[in-house]
Design a binder for this molecule. Sequence first.
Ligand code: SIN
Ligand code: CO
Length: 375
Amino acid sequence: MYKINFNTSEFLSTHWQKEPLVIKGAFSNFVDPMSADELAGLACEEEISSRVVITKENNWEIIQGPINDYEQFGEDNWQLLVQAVNHWFPDSAPLIEAFRFIPDWRFDDLMVSFATPGGGVGPHIDNYDVFLLQGEGTRRWKVGAKGNYTPRGGDTHTALIDDFEPIIDIVLEAGDMLYIPPGFPHCAQTLTTALSYSIGFRAPSQQELFSSVADHLLDTNTGLKRFTSTSEPVAASSVSIDHQKGMLSLLNELLKQPEQYQTVLGQLLSQNRFELDLCDPESPYQKEDLTDALSEGAEIHRIGGLKVIKLEGDTEQRLFINGDIFACEQLTSEEIEHLANAFIIDNQQALTLCGSSAMSEMFVGLLNKGFYYLA
Ligand code: SIN
Ligand code: CO
């Protein structure tokens, strides 16, 4: 179990999404949840997103995974980065749990890196919030002020920038953490061979929101109302200000209806950017299979990275899971709450919950989708 060693409510009101913060000893006696070998094992897999970044003279070379041979990189000046480790390495779940003082819908992924001395990805700016937690080894981090920085080489598609003036310059050791909100330039230099954990959080952009609204309208064949007007401009070639505003207010009208926007938000915010390691059963579970397994002591575990989201004030009693809607009319609010909150439902809790036939049907459905598994 990992327990954060600082006042999270104070952090949320003073630093979250505002200012970077160094938190020395954020985790006392920090023990890495994984080894460098286990990380390298994940980076061999085709479906797992990984890359090696090699530090060159004033430049960085990126080699996309899968990575099978590390001999070629030598002893220093390179770093392996693996995304969405929480999807593929269940033992990282307790570390993720420690960051649930921030809502699940914001959580993006756990990226783990193995860096050799001199290794780093170069100065860059991210558009998400990140907690950089140091495992074994030491790395020197620099963070600059928020501002207008030109992308490196004028390439607007790169997150890399030229160097910046640091406002933070700190060496992180095991258990230390650096929080960086979006927009603050940063870079690390590896001092001694290191494992680091980047816990990233992201919120939807206008582009993502608009395209989700459009998808929803097309899927449900709604939003068909057209603009009407009773007065027309004198010049045939002109679109009047009133008409421009009138057309846009059609959009506003639509976005004000909770039954429209809640479904859009629930589906969007419960999706995951990275592939999930679905646990499809060999043959579909029946209710009796679940009852038998629970009587033999099984627990019900959620697969890593699965988002189970509940909207406050929802117009329907439902959960959003991985972009889908799960109607929960037959479940009590306590049952829904439990399902949304628990990564692991221990045997005792599972036996109690499955006393309700609606709940055990729900679990059978979720097991058959590969979203949960029996352990
Ligand atoms: C790194 O570990 O060097 C990269 C992580 C980041 O900057 O987000
Ligand atoms: Co970064």
